[in-house]
Design a protein around this ligand. Sequence first.
Ligand code: AMP
Length: 399
Amino acid sequence: MIILVVNAGSSSLKYQLIDMKDESVLAKGNCDRIGIDGHISHKTSDGRKFEADINFSTHTEAFMELVKALTTGDAKVIDSMDEISAVGHRIVQGADVFDKSVLVTDEVIDKIDELRELAPVHNHAHALALRACKSVIPASVPQVVVFDTAFHQTMPPKAFMFGLPYEDYEKYHVRKYGFHGTSHRFVSKALAEAMGKDVKDLKIVSCHLGNGSSITAVDGGKSVDTSMGFTPLDGVVMGTRTGSVDPSAVTFVADKHGFTPSEMSEYMNKKSGFLGVSGVGSDNRDVQAAALEGNERAILVSDMLTYEIQKYIGSYAAAMNGIDAILFTGGIGENSWEVREAACENMDYFGIKIDKALNKSIRGKLQKISTPDSKIEVWIVPTNEELLIARDTLELISK
Ligand code: AMP
């Protein structure tokens, strides 16, 4: 059974073709620069490649190229789209409308599009891709949507409400939604399996650290709190995003710069974080390299990140009345031993002890890095959001 996983952005369509027999990736690629000029890069698991500048002005045209890449030419992996059992789509914002993955209908697409106000960059693009997919792929192939927010729908109101007047929640749906839910769900389950335990018996702090970062308290397999909020801007400092800021500082800075609300939003989403504080760049590797050379602002933003991670660990220990395990995932969490080491430093009150030499030697691999006498187990758990989307898709169509 072969499943196509699609991750659509406003100008890109990333995809993976997964054979569910052994959960292997047959091919992956990206139709990039939709509506600008257009470029497709496609690669098969046995190393064949197709790369071309092709003008696609819409998501539908990009989808047609994706189908061509999969079914024709030297890098084809299937003869026709009839060999695909289903398509699974990643959707950023499901709000409180979707608390689990669902089969796609016209009503579901309209609802996702309606939620665009809550995720302006993503949801409309998802709706465009869903409609494009319906028009290009045979109607007999079911489609499934998997939401980044769904896993966090188990948060209690005390965790997801803001101290704004209640009408803003009722009228405008302003509340914490949380993101990266697909990743947190995947890694917390994978960690439980690695620990040989039932996820229902574990209190986990899941640290997804990448270009965007979020930290989630997973109690008994359910998200009970998370660091991202109404949008993916809240929480810890990120590549170009501020993370949490005193709201009064936001209105103050907007006033000083003469920014409109959307200009201020752009400033906090694209010009801040590692980039804004360090002045070096948004990529953790560049910041770490500059920090090693003694760049004080690069050291500062690295310290800010690890200090914030530690504070989340502390607050989630309080929220869950304990922690059994902490996991690191995402590009930074899986690869940066420096960030993991610093985040676990001076945490002896919690009984957190990592094997520093082991931690330093591991990159991108499922591995326990805490010492045998550490009260809390600390793990690196590689994430795989596409695989979880494919698994959800398979489960739904099998029903
Ligand atoms: P993601 O958004 O999950 O793809 O993660 C991207 C982030 O991971 C970037 O900030 C990268 O600098 C960081 N990253 C990737 N590889 C490494 C590495 N080997 N060491 C440190 N950071 C890394």
